[in-house]
Design a protein around this ligand. Structure first.
Ligand code: COA
Length: 163
């Protein structure tokens, strides 16, 4: 069937490209964040963070649509991931790893020596992503996350040196 490859080409989404975020991304970031976390952040909250000069805000964008984004706050020569989310339609295709790799390069350019983050111990997707990206556990916070069902989840504190 000759029409099938043609149809596939027609509907193939272009590979998302890396770029820095700006305030105009806040609305899309809010909807992607809500699709990814039990407590979504508002457009106003995200706009404040994205435009904060101490926050490194990076995205992967396909056809003017955010496929993934990450925000980290920088303090002296360390940074902490505030959030990272990949659009559910784009997950498990290597975007998380690609975004994190680009983000680490940006932080290196800003003379950051180490990146920290917190992850719920039961978040298998995120834990795999971070393990593959060179993060190691340096701490644990018991009953740190409030889950929608009223139970609490443990947080693991991870660190990755940046050279
Ligand atoms: C966590 C998240 C960012 C991963 O993004 P992604 O683009 O799907 O990740 P990648 O495709 O780059 O996968 C990275 C690694 O994790 C693995 N992985 C991804 N999703 C997985 C899942 N659901 N279960 C197990 N492993 C998974 C991949 O196989 C890959 O490992 P590999 O290199 O050995 O193949 C994405 O699932 C997400 O947005 N989740 C909701 C928000 C969230 O939890 N953010 C993290 C908060 S700490």
């Amino acid at each position: 069937m000759r029409w099938w490859p043609a149809l596939q080409t027609l509907f193939k989404r272009p590979t998302p490209a890396f770029r820095l975020m700006n305030g105009a991304d806040a609305a899309q970031a809010a909807s992607l964040h809500s699709a990814s976390f039990a407590r979504g952040w508002t457009e106003v909250e995200l706009s404040r963070l994205i435009t904060d000069p101490n926050v490194e805000a990076n995205a992967l964008v396909s056809q003017h649509t955010l496929a993934a984004f990450i925000l980290s706050r920088i303090a002296a020569d360390e940074a902490e991931v505030l959030t990272i989310a990949v659009d559910p339609a784009w997950r498990k295709q290597g975007l998380g790893r690609q975004l994190l790799a680009n983000h680490l390069a940006r932080l290196a350019g800003r003379r950051v020596m180490a990146l920290f983050l917190e992850v719920e111990d039961e978040n298998k997707a995120a834990r795999t992503l971070y393990a593959r990206s060179g993060f190691e556990q340096v701490g644990e916070r018991q009953a740190y996350y409030a889950r929608p069902d009223g139970t609490r989840g443990h947080a693991l504190v991870l660190r990755r040196p940046i050279d």
